[in-house]
Every structure is written in C-alpha cells, then in structure tokens.
Design a protein around this ligand. Structure first.
Ligand code: HEM
Length: 438
C-alpha cells in the first residue's frame, strides 16, 4: 500500500486559537446566549464546561451557534435529546462524506485526494459501518475479555507497586497512560516497548490543531502518517500469514470487509482503535482518583465495601464523560425541543451534559458510587455506534481499583489538575497525587 499525497491544510493553528481565544476571566454565564460556542476547547482547559452546560440545559437545551472556528452547529444538552439523536442513525448521519463525527467536518461530493481524509467505521453509516465493525468485534467478546483478566491484574499490580512512596507524582503519566498503553500494545500484538509510539499517535490526533505542538494541521497529519508506516509492516506480514492471528491488525488484514482497504481507510481504522482505547480509559482512570478526593464520604463508603467497585466504575465513567460529545449531520428537517434542525445542519450531542441532567440522574453533579440507574449513562453512546470497547474499559477500571484498594489507604490529590484543550476528549493531563500504603 502507498498513501496519496499531502495537500493543503496550511492554516496557522496559532491564528485560529488566537481568533477564538476565551480569556481566563470570562464566565460562561455572562456570554450572550447567541454567542456561546460550547465546542471551544478553551472552556474545557479552563475547567468551566460544566457551568456552561448547566446554563444551556436551563436556558437553551437546543442551542444554535451561528459562527465559530467550526462553522455553525447545534448543541443538544438534555439526556433525552442526546439519546434520541444517537439512536436515530436514519435521521442523523455519522458518515465522513456527510461531515463525520467531529465539529467542523463538511459534507463532501467526492473523497478529497489528500491525507487528511481518514475514513473509519465510526464515521460510516450502515451497511459499511456494520460490516467493518463485525470484523474487529471478536476482540471484545466476553470469553476473550475474561481471558485477559489475569494479565491486566498482573500489570496493574506491577504499575502500582512501582509507584514512588512519600513523594508526589503525576498519576496520569505513571498509572493511567501506562496501563492503557500496555493494553493497546496487547490488542494490536505489537512489542510492548512500542506502546509509547501508540500513545504518541493517539495524543497527536487531539493535538493536530494545537499551536503548542504543530504550526499547521498539515504538520500534525504528517506525524500521523508515521503511524501508517509503522502498522503497514504488520499489516503486510499478517495478511500473508497462513495461520490467522488473533489481534486487531490480523482481524483487519484478513476480514472480508476490510482486507482491501485503501491506505487512508486503514490508517483511519487503526487510529479509531488506538484513540478509542487510549484517551477514554486513561481519563476515566484519572477521573476516579479526582472524584473520590472531591467526595471523601464516597471514598469512605468504598473502603467500607469494595464490592461497590463495578457500580462505582460506571459512576466514574458517567461523571467524567471522557468523550464529551459526538457530532452528527441531519439528513432531513427534524424538530427537537420546538426548534427545527434543517437538513445538512451539524449537531453536537453532548454526552457530558446529558450525563449531568438532573431530570434523569438525581443530584447529577454529585458522585454516588452506589447510584442505582448509573448504567444508563451516555458515556459509551447508544445505538449502532455504541462503544465497542466498553466492557474492556470497565474491566480494566474494575481490576485497577481492586488492586488500588488492596494496597493504598488513600490516593491523595495534592495539587491542581490540568486539563486538555479539547471539547471532544474531556481530558486531564496532570493530576499530582501522593499514595499512602495500607
Ligand atoms: C471509558 C472508556 C471509553 C469510553 C467513555 C468510550 C466512549 C465511546 C463513545 C462515546 C463512542 C461513540 C458512541 C456513539 O457514537 O454512539 C465510542 C465508540 C467506539 N469505541 Fe469507545 N470508549 C471507551 C473505551 C474504548 C476502548 C477500550 C476501546 C477499544 C480498544 C474502544 C473502541 C471504540 C470503537 C471501535 C468505537 C466505534 C464503534 C462504532 O462506531 O461502531 N472504546 N466509544
């Protein structure tokens, strides 16, 4: 396989960031409603997004942003509306040719001849979506996951045992990134020492527009194509293998619906699986520590009953909502909440906000590790695109918390968290902690 050529995308990231900059002292309550742009990553970096969505749920649960760095888009912030859109794929498309799942995606007449066009099955409608999803789904069946439990436990234990004692460190780097990185290398069956490359490419996807990392999106995409070079070698080997392997690349290389993918589509699907498995689980691991420190009575409840861990894991995933939103494109005029969303309009469905909707979750801003209806949370989506890795993520989080509780009386947050500048992945980049042995 050889990729097509890079073309365009030379807009300066710094100029775009500066043009839409939100100053640190701006309160989301004080911005005129018509000018609110919830998709601006600055809200998230400044830790103000929850207040912004509180306001939208109260004043404009179906909200229209006319002008932004992503163009015009709707924001849905109630639980019921988000779930409605996510489960009506006939009305709301995810297809990359219709604009895809990211803010700023545009409908296309034909695939552009450049490297920025990366189709993946999360950005396909039926039937292509279903055919490609089926190829990798065997990786996530209950028996296969059960077979991974011991390995995850042993790794979690080793990571926790190696943590520094008596000093503070960044939980994100030492624990969250390590455990998820090791898992990724296993799913793709690549050498463990290469896990940092996978983490790097996953991070790069969210940094393509970040002036701190790349001057232009083109530079970011060039970096991402190194991921193609890396996986192409495994792809060739595994396509030629007489005994099919049992890893994600082998499934893609041998699967009827995926074995003839063009390079852009191969890279797109690999990135989907890397980002899907990385940022999301990583931020849930970090958020758990943060949330239990913020709600000490819940930490005490957990110490009294570690049998609550599976339910707590769901509550942490609700509370964090690591994928803050997905986008869809309306395929016909649809009325929601008294507003008419027109055909071809772009719609952001805010999982983060639906998960904090008190009409569905009682006292939704509180962490309640024994919350009864928590499994209805929106964080894994609903409908045909519902997260394929949700059980793997829950298993990793459950085992990690069991091992944490065996070792530590307290994982104490000792400094301020830092947050990612992204409204797509709701991420924590730094969480200074100190661990206290039992
Ligand atoms: C706490 C962890 C995770 C969260 C919060 C999460 C969240 C999501 C969300 C919101 C979607 C889109 C749902 C929709 O559009 O309706 C999704 C899809 C997906 N996720 Fe996850 N995810 C997590 C872990 C994982 C893991 C560990 C993997 C695998 C390695 C994974 C792989 C995928 C894939 C392949 C899709 C696309 C499914 C499709 O389009 O059919 N995710 N995830």
């Amino acid at each position: 396989m050889t990729p097509t050529k890079i073309d365009g995308a030379s807009t300066s990231n710094a100029q775009v960031r500066a043009r839409w900059r939100i100053d640190a002292d701006v309160d989301p309550e004080s911005v005129p409603l018509a000018e609110l742009n919830p998709g601006n990553g600055d809200w998230f970096e400044q830790d103000k997004e929850l207040r912004l969505f509180q306001r939208l749920r109260r004043e404009a649960p179906v909200h229209y942003t006319a002008d932004s760095q992503f163009g015009a888009y709707w924001s849905l912030s109630n639980f019921a509306d988000v779930k409605f859109v996510d489960t009506h794929q006939d009305l709301f498309s995810s297809d990359i040719m219709n604009g895809g799942i990211r803010l700023g995606g545009q409908p296309l007449n034909e695939p552009p001849p450049d490297l920025f066009h990366l189709p993946m099955f999360i950005m396909q409608d039926q039937p292509v979506h279903d055919e490609q999803r089926k190829v990798v789904a065997p990786m996530f069946t209950a028996p296969r996951l059960a077979g991974m439990g011991d390995l995850i436990r042993q790794r979690a234990g080793a990571i926790l045992d190696a943590l520094p004692r008596g000093e503070s460190f960044n939980w994100v780097r030492e624990v969250s990134v390590e455990l998820t990185g090791q898992m990724l290398a296993t799913l793709f069956d690549v050498p463990q020492e290469d896990r940092h490359k996978l983490i790097h490419w996953s991070d790069t996807v969210e940094r393509i527009g970040d002036p701190d990392y790349f001057e232009t999106p083109a530079e970011g995409f060039a970096e991402i194509w190194q991921c193609f070079e890396y996986f192409n070698i495994f792809w060739q080997e595994r396509q030629a293998a007489s005994t099919p392997g049992e890893d994600l690349i082998s499934f893609l290389a041998q699967g009827e619906a995926t074995k003839n993918m063009a390079p852009n589509e191969f890279l797109g699907n690999v990135l989907l699986l890397i980002v899907g498995g990385n940022d999301t689980t990583r931020n849930s691991i970090t958020a758990g520590v943060q949330a239990l420190n913020q709600f000490p009575e819940q930490y005490e409840k957990l110490k009294g009953n570690t049998g609550l861990i599976p339910n707590m894991v769901s509550e942490i995933v609700r509370w964090q909502s690591p994928v803050a939103h997905m986008c869809r494109t309306a395929m016909e005029d649809v009325e929601i909440g008294g507003k008419t969303i027109r055909k071809w309009d772009k719609v952001a469905i805010w999982y983060l906000s639906g998960n904090r909707d008190s009409a569905h979750f009682q006292d939704a801003d509180r962490l309640m590790i024994d919350r009864p209806n928590v499994r209805q949370h929106l964080s894994f989506g609903y409908g045909i695109h519902r997260c394929l890795g949700n059980r793997l993520a829950e298993m990793q989080l459950t085992i990690l918390w069991e091992e944490i509780m065996r070792r530590f009386s307290h994982v104490e947050v000792v400094g301020d968290a830092k947050y990612l500048n992204s409204s797509f992945i709701r991420g924590i980049t730094d969480l200074p902690v100190r661990v206290h042995d039992l």
